[in-house]
Design a protein. Structure first.
Length: 261
């Protein structure tokens, strides 16, 4: 079944998928310093501390299934799988990102216990209760329906399974984005989760402002690197930066699928 993507997600993918960018890595390394997990080649705002928290809180036993939704090029999910011994299934709508993730798995000797497939938050293509743990980093904002996404996350988790994700709460609807929410806890509760922790992430606004400004200043370098039109790329970066005014907080969420009665 083809995966349908919203316009915002498609614009994001055109701007920020493809081969790893030395320019973007330089910017993130400058802003994050030792908190930049360059070894995972993240395409998000995740930090070293957050990735370690993912591995600690997800708690999959060796050989159990960990699903990474919105996995992109696969680095963070592969790192968590390596740290925990879990089997990884990465889900993403972008085929070029999935191809890179498969190649990376081979390079890290995780090919035998990592697979990547096309899918979305509302349609992962996985069976019921397929996973003991589910993670997602900075991707849920692109889900067109947050209630449908929460229901799918619950469906694929075993009762008692853990969900850990990062995303953003919004105090107003940003332009050029799917419908957002002010607080994800009611959605997760309705879908069958107990929210164990709901934390604002460290220094998130300052980091995003710095990276956004640096990306805008480096638009010509980025365009030369990717072959994009500099004016179009600059406009897309400016649009991304403008959404920050609508955000109330970036959150790290730890939730557990309720046990069946």
């Amino acid at each position: 079944m083809p995966v349908r993507r919203g316009a915002a997600a498609a614009r994001f993918e055109r701007s920020f998928t493809g081969p790893a960018s030395a320019v973007r890595a330089r910017i993130w390394r400058h802003v994050y310093g030792p908190e930049y997990p360059g070894w995972a080649d993240p395409f998000s705002y995740v930090s070293v501390t957050e990735l370690r928290r993912f591995a600690h809180e997800l708690q999959p036993a060796r050989g159990q299934c960990l699903v990474d939704i919105g996995c992109g090029r696969g680095g963070p999910g592969l790192w968590v799988a390596a740290m925990t011994g879990a089997r990884l299934t990465g889900i993403d709508p972008d085929e070029s990102a999935l191809a890179t993730a498969r190649h990376r798995a081979g390079q890290t000797q995780l090919a035998s216990r990592a697979s990547f497939r096309r899918g979305s938050f509302s349609d992962t293509g996985l069976p019921d209760a397929a996973a003991q743990a589910v993670m997602s980093i900075d991707a849920l904002l692109f889900a067109p329906s947050k209630p449908a996404a929460a229901a799918e996350l619950a469906r694929i988790l075993v009762p008692g399974g853990r969900l850990v994700l990062t995303s953003w709460d919004y105090h107003r609807q940003p332009a050029g984005r799917p419908a957002q929410v002010a607080d994800h806890r009611p959605l997760l509760d309705q879908a069958g989760f107990d929210v164990l922790s709901y934390e604002e992430t460290q220094a998130w606004r300052d980091r995003q402002q710095q990276t956004g400004q640096a990306l805008l200043a480096a638009a010509h370098e980025l365009a030369a690197e990717s072959g994009d039109d500099p004016a179009h790329l600059r406009a897309r970066i400016a649009e991304m930066n403008a959404t920050l005014a609508s955000v109330s907080r970036r959150v790290l969420v730890i939730a557990q699928r309720r046990m069946l009665p």
